[in-house]
Design a protein around this ligand. Sequence first.
Ligand SMILES: COC[C@@H]1[C@H](c2ccc(C#Cc3ccccc3)cc2)[C@@H]2CN(C(=O)Nc3ccc(OC4CC4)cc3)C[C@@H](O)[C@@H](O)CN12
Length: 294
Amino acid sequence: LTHEMLKDGSWRTADFKAYNFNALGQPTAGGYLHPLLKVRAQMRKIFTNMGFEEMPTNNYVESSFWNFDALFQPQQHPARDAHDTFFLTRPAASPLSRQPQDYVQRVRQTHERGGYGSTGYGSHWKVSEAEKNLLRTHTTAVSSRMLYRLAQQGFKPSKYFSIDRVFRNEAIDRTHLAEFHQIEGVVCDKGLTLGDLIGILHLFFQRLGMKKLRFKPAFNPYTEPSMEIFAYSEQLHKWIEVGNSGMFRPEMLRPMGLPEDVNVIAWGLGLERPTMILYNIDNIRDLFGHKVSL
Ligand SMILES: COC[C@@H]1[C@H](c2ccc(C#Cc3ccccc3)cc2)[C@@H]2CN(C(=O)Nc3ccc(OC4CC4)cc3)C[C@@H](O)[C@@H](O)CN12
């Protein structure tokens, strides 16, 4: 049956074969779940089964105060520079007057003169620096908000996790983009030690199929001690870096109002790297964009 036949009416005398109502239609492509979302679901399941509560991470825009100052990250730290961080121009600032003033003063005091056994940084702490809006550079900014809220509501043993996008103004290459997904686990309780951190890291990573871990001393401005985490990958037949971890410093926890005997252990990893390994994807750009060739 053609357009011409319909136009000139010849379809009326044409001889058509009987319509086969049992003929199967064209198979429809069912689509695919994106590999990043599949690994995110896997990570969520691991945390949930370990009794962790997911943090509200639905704000990409953050103030420097929560992203850096609340974490005792010094105001002159290079990571706070525009070459590492995406600062916003409109609105450029979140007035600190909107934050709890007693807390802001304790943060200022700790940066300038220390306290809780710390000497502080000894330099003037600028409100204007803490007010700068940015795209969060880590989901640890959300952890600081959650820990402050926990302290204010009255501490109780808690386990939180987050999995969401973070933004860094860095050079991009085959395995790095200006944004990536950070996964973070946080445990808050009385008397936690480095041994508890090492123990929970073993529990977490063995659920990702990695049974052999090694730890290397590291530095983060907001954790002391800190450790880089390495695991032996049976799949790649080599040791690989799988994340970073540490114990949040008292200069971060005490100004929030968490009691002296309460510690917080935390660790972080990415989502892209595990996804690329688990799904044999060798260029990170294949994870984003329209052409997800599976
Ligand atoms: C700027 O890049 C940061 C990102 C990302 C990362 C690193 C550290 C943290 C952190 C933290 C932290 C520290 C202390 C307290 C709180 C949070 C978060 C994300 C991964 C961390 N990394 C990473 O994820 N590697 C990884 C993780 C899991 C994995 O699973 C196996 C397949 C089953 C395989 C690999 C290590 C490298 O990929 C690294 O090159 C890239 N890192």
